[in-house]
Design a protein around this ligand. Structure first.
Ligand SMILES: Cc1cc2nc3c(=O)[nH]c(=O)nc-3n(C[C@H](O)[C@H](O)[C@H](O)COP(=O)(O)OP(=O)(O)OC[C@H]3O[C@@H](n4cnc5c(N)ncnc54)[C@H](O)[C@@H]3O)c2cc1C
Ligand code: SF4
Length: 646
């Protein structure tokens, strides 16, 4: 649960102010450092303790370095002196990565505050939003200490929502337990961007995998799961991936000829369509123009966002309800068929009696516990990072591969500066793809912007130089590349996940190659310079310089993020390698299934929401049949009790 919002005081507050003044000096037109520091302090209060500790510790260390090197605290030094200190420390081995983390935090808070009016105006422009869907959501604070259903589904994201839909339509009483709360469109239209960001993501967005390099790995939390904050990009699972899952994991349902039906149903439910040119925005158009000049295969992305107005806020909740997260389709379908959703309900463990899952023990926000008995099945859909710890807390973590096999689809970003303004935040957040290197090299490139003010974290420089970069931010176009990775990561932990991911060498080389490819696209589109994200050569002005930068790049020093964790409780035929049976049932216990990103045997190699939903659809259909219930048409009487007894 979140910690309260508290302001830091005394020496710690002064250190944060010094940090803000170093990065964005007021003397050169930067924001008032005390005000920015107060906002930063407020934001940090919503982060997990280790993040707050590292940020405050880093700021204190910077003050100490200033004192030691000059005998003066930061506030008594000039902007240039502060910037020089930063630059000298940045070159000291791993210190650079820590300073980059501090800078990212300060720029996120500053950018979000500065753009807050712009965000509000864009959120409220255009026709009235689609209303929120009819959902039967109850907060756990109003739920009794004991209740009984047929099926308890843990997690309301891509996997859990589709599972609940199938089972409710099959006539079972289904209760979806979700740790987060319900968010609505009016909230997205009226709340400041930083508040939205901190409220919609687990740990305020600070989830990261430790390793070389560390990987930022944000996941959503709320009714709708990560689909609340995702970009809405839709891909059908590539056939070679399905064939591999069929042949190497022994998953009969992954045969492309069978899986197609599930993909079709999800495609239709999500109302997928190509990004219209009218809302694509210049960021996507430049990516397409660059690819066209190079003769590379590219096109508008397919998305589940009918009526999208191109306000670029998908990552902090769509203010139009245009983006069809599962809170607008699978969950209302499930509720229409009788399912109920319990929000603010963190499942502490699955209850197991005589080798059978019989329900869940969950915690309300006030810390009190309650039990839900599930007569037919418990389905865990808590996502790839949360499912393994939950199973361990339930003493079901015995399989040696549970928590292993973590693939994340690692990503790097590159920006290009153009003479004309790009204003990347006017248009769809993720709008176009360059697929030339996808099948051949596993490199998928997507034109991806950020909500206004939230994309400045990667800008190079410090102090006066950084302020100049910020002034030119509207001239930048940005691309992101993801590589299909080996599943080398691991989710440790019981109470909360501890993620470890050491980038595979070959995947690292492909990420570096992707930087070169993206740089070429941007130059081909007319960029005058490219910001590479490569510390040794952050800025290049020609393809020759780009090649040089790529040759110098060390992937372990690059800023890597990931948005598609999967594989941590994988399904497969070989009992030694896969914690789940092919039908998603956890080995070693009865009546417990896992249906979420964990279930996938490996990286889907594309943005995975459609794949996760289609897998959940295929597996939950089998589960419904196994439990003896009818299909969606409701022909047969359900074999189990059909009402939630509360
Ligand atoms: C910023 C971002 C952008 C993305 N963009 C795209 C995109 O454009 N296209 C795409 O295909 N994919 C995208 N993704 C990924 C995609 O949204 C996820 O892969 C997908 O939602 C994962 O589904 P899931 O069911 O495994 O987990 P989630 O959707 O994350 O749902 C899990 C839910 O379980 C809840 N939960 C966890 N533990 C517990 C517990 N103990 N008790 C109760 N509830 C619990 C969580 O709060 C969460 O709501 C994006 C992801 C991110 C972070
Ligand atoms: S760009 Fe994203 S947030 Fe904006 S309307 Fe379209 S789907 Fe919604």
């Amino acid at each position: 649960m979140e910690r309260g919002s508290t302001q830091l005081t005394g020496v710690r507050a002064r250190a944060l102010t010094g940090l803000c003044a170093t990065l964005l000096p007021a003397e050169n037109g930067g924001p008032d450092p005390a005000g920015l520091s107060a906002a930063l302090s407020d934001f940090l209060a919503r982060q997990p303790a280790p993040v707050t500790g590292a940020a405050v510790g880093g700021a204190l260390a910077l003050e100490v370095c200033s004192l030691v090197s000059s005998g003066r605290v930061l506030s008594r030094r000039t902007a240039e002196e502060r910037a020089a200190l930063w630059r000298s420390l940045h070159g000291v081995g791993p210190v650079g990565l820590g300073l980059d983390g501090l800078k990212a935090l300060v720029l996120l808070v500053h950018g979000s505050r500065a753009a807050s009016a712009l965000v509000a105006a864009a959120a409220n422009a255009g026709p009235p939003p689609r209303p929120d869907a009819e959902l039967r959501v109850t907060s756990s604070s109003h739920w009794p200490s004991w209740s009984r259903v047929d099926v308890a589904v843990v997690g309301s994201g891509a996997g859990g929502a589709v599972t609940a839909r199938t089972l409710a339509r099959a006539g079972m009483s289904v209760l979806v337990l979700e740790e987060g709360r319900r968010h609505g469109v009016e909230e997205f239209r009226s709340t400041a961007p930083l508040e939205r960001f901190a409220g919609l993501y687990r740990d305020g967005g600070a989830t990261a995998a430790l390793g070389r390099p560390p990987v930022m790995l944000p996941v959503g939390r709320g009714v709708g799961g990560t689909t609340l904050v995702n970009s809405g990009t839709c891909y059908r699972t590539p056939e070679p991936v399905l064939e591999r899952w069929r042949d190497q994991a022994g998953l009969d349902w992954a045969d492309p000829s069978r899986f197609d039906a599930a993909l079709d149903e999800v495609w239709e439910m999500l109302q997928v369509g190509a990004v219209p040119a009218a809302v694509m925005g210049r960021n996507g158009a430049l990516a397409l123009a660059g690819a066209d000049t190079l003769g590379w295969r590219a096109g508008p992305l397919m998305r589940n966002a009918p009526g999208c107005g191109g306000c670029c806020q998908c990552a902090i909740g769509c203010p139009r309800n245009a983006k069809f997260g599962v809170h607008l389709n699978a969950l209302p379908d499930a509720c229409a068929a009788g399912a109920q959703i319990l929000s603010d309900a963190r499942v502490e463990r699955v209850v197991v009696e005589r080798g059978r899952a019989t329900g869940v023990l969950a915690r309300r926000r006030d810390g009190t516990l309650f039990t839900v008995r599930a007569d037919a099945a418990v389905v865990v859909s808590a996502g790839a990072t949360e499912t393994p710890p939950l199973l361990r807390r339930s003493r079901l973590g015995g399989h040696p591969y549970l928590g292993r096999n973590l693939a994340v689809h690692p990503a790097v970003g590159v920006s290009g500066r153009f003479e004309e303004p790009v204003v990347a935040w006017q248009g769809v957040l993720q709008s176009a793809a360059v697929e030339e290197f996808h099948q051949s090299d596993g490199i998928l490139i997507e034109a991806t912007a950020t909500p206004p003010g939230m994309g400045t974290m990667e800008l190079p420089g410090v102090g006066p130089g950084l302020l100049r970069e910020l002034e030119g931010a509207e001239h930048l176009a940005s691309l992101g590349a993801m590589v299909a990775d080996r599943p080398v990561g691991r989710v440790h932990g019981r109470r909360r996940p501890l993620l470890r991911y050491d980038l595979d060498r070959a995947d690292g080389r492909r990420l570096v190659r992707a930087v070169g490819i993206m740089g070429r696209i941007l130059f081909a589109a007319g960029a005058t310079e490219v910001l590479t994200g490569i510390p040794a050569m952050p800025r290049v002005r020609s393809t020759d310089e780009l090649d040089h930068a790529v040759a110098l790049a060390d992937p372990r020093r690059m800023h890597v993020a990931a948005f598609h964790p999967c594989g941590t409780a994988a399904a497969g035929a070989d009992a030694r390698r896969f914690p789940l049976r092919p039908d998603g049932a956890l080995r070693g216990v009865e009546r417990l299934w896992v249906m979420d990103a964990s279930t996938l045997p490996g990286c889907a190699e594309v943005n995975p929401q459609v794949t996760i939903m289609a897998v959940a659809l295929a597996l939950s259909g089998r589960l419904a049949a196994r439990l003896g219930a009818s299909d969606a048409a409701g022909h047969d009487a359900p074999a189990v009790a059909a009402t939630v007894q509360a």
